[in-house]
Design a protein around this ligand. Sequence first.
Ligand SMILES: NC(=O)c1ccc[n+]([C@@H]2O[C@H](COP(=O)([O-])OP(=O)(O)OC[C@H]3O[C@@H](n4cnc5c(N)ncnc54)[C@H](OP(=O)(O)O)[C@@H]3O)[C@@H](O)[C@H]2O)c1
Length: 360
Amino acid sequence: MSSVVPLRRAAQPQARTARLALLGTGTVGSAFVARYGTLAAQGIALPGVSWICNSRTQLAGGDDLDAVLRQARAAAARRSGFPPWAEGESPRPGDIVVDATASETVADWHPEWLARGIHVVTANKLGTGGDLGRAQAIGDAGEAGGRYGDSATVGAGLPLLRSLRALVDGGDRIHSIEGVLSGSLAWLFAGYDGSRPFSACVREAQAAGYTEPDPRVDLSGEDVRRKLLILARTAGFALSTHEVEVESLVDAALAQAAPDAVDGLLDTLDAPLEARRAAAAVTGRRLCFVGRFDAQSGASVGLQALPPAHPLCAGGGTDNRVAIHSDRYRERPLVIQGPGAGADITAAALLDDVLRIARG
Ligand SMILES: NC(=O)c1ccc[n+]([C@@H]2O[C@H](COP(=O)([O-])OP(=O)(O)OC[C@H]3O[C@@H](n4cnc5c(N)ncnc54)[C@H](OP(=O)(O)O)[C@@H]3O)[C@@H](O)[C@H]2O)c1
């Protein structure tokens, strides 16, 4: 059978005038550079990468971004207290800063950049999923000209935030949002059947790159709290961090451990989680780590035992599942599901936002 001829598409507006600064050369930053190269090789016009930065160095972009990335990743530790990008040449209005860090310092700059007319595209959830004041400042500053690309912050680019915005813009009132919002926890609980310790599953998820750099960010529910805050705020609610009740899977000793002691303490997860799994299995239920926001009753994050037919039990792997109830979806929710973890799809979501902004 001959292959189907692609439909001719209208020419895309050029996206070359803005300059791009990449902050973060870790897992996501590296995947961003790889995806950038793939799109460029497909002939897609992209803004030029003018800078690649991490906490140690700021380097000029160029034709060979892979080499610049390697050089940045190999840079020596820095003595001065200021991040290198705050001391070098600054982006100007119309440029795009891509935040592929998990840094509070960088998140603090989001409103500042937006207010100067610089666009921000982010995988860093701390901007709109952390302090409420900063999230509101980002919303207010965005009105000054800079645009904010946040598709990568929840669901790694799944059409969650844009669907919520479309509902709200259409006059729909959101009643509740509940979901399996962590790809790593979805993967962990989908595969955890008691045949091996939970800590072994965590180590496998770490090795596969599904967890945050520090797995306690996932296991403590903190990552889900941030995503739930972003969803609730996008739906129009001024929810504060402390208003989300969080059930952490991490005990006090693991929570307080130094980063290099975490692996040795992961076994403390095993007995309590096996007890929860076995109790759920007696009634044919499965464990799911769920974030729930209800406009009437508040917000919570924690482990739930759900019947297999429940919408939040669907899917597999690192799938995120989110159910939205609104005026329009009163009886049965709008359910959005799909892979929601991993550096490659996160990088793709960042570049979707870059292209959308650069094409105006
Ligand atoms: N990994 C995933 O699959 C995934 C998926 C979705 C979202 N995310 C989010 O994406 C972000 C990055 O995750 P990651 O896994 O790539 O983390 P990572 O591998 O730890 O990389 C973080 C990068 O941020 C840089 N950085 C830290 N503070 C900085 C500062 N003040 N200025 C400039 N750069 C700074 C680090 O620089 P140094 O190398 O100099 O320390 C490092 O290059 C996080 O917010 C994470 O939540 C990750």
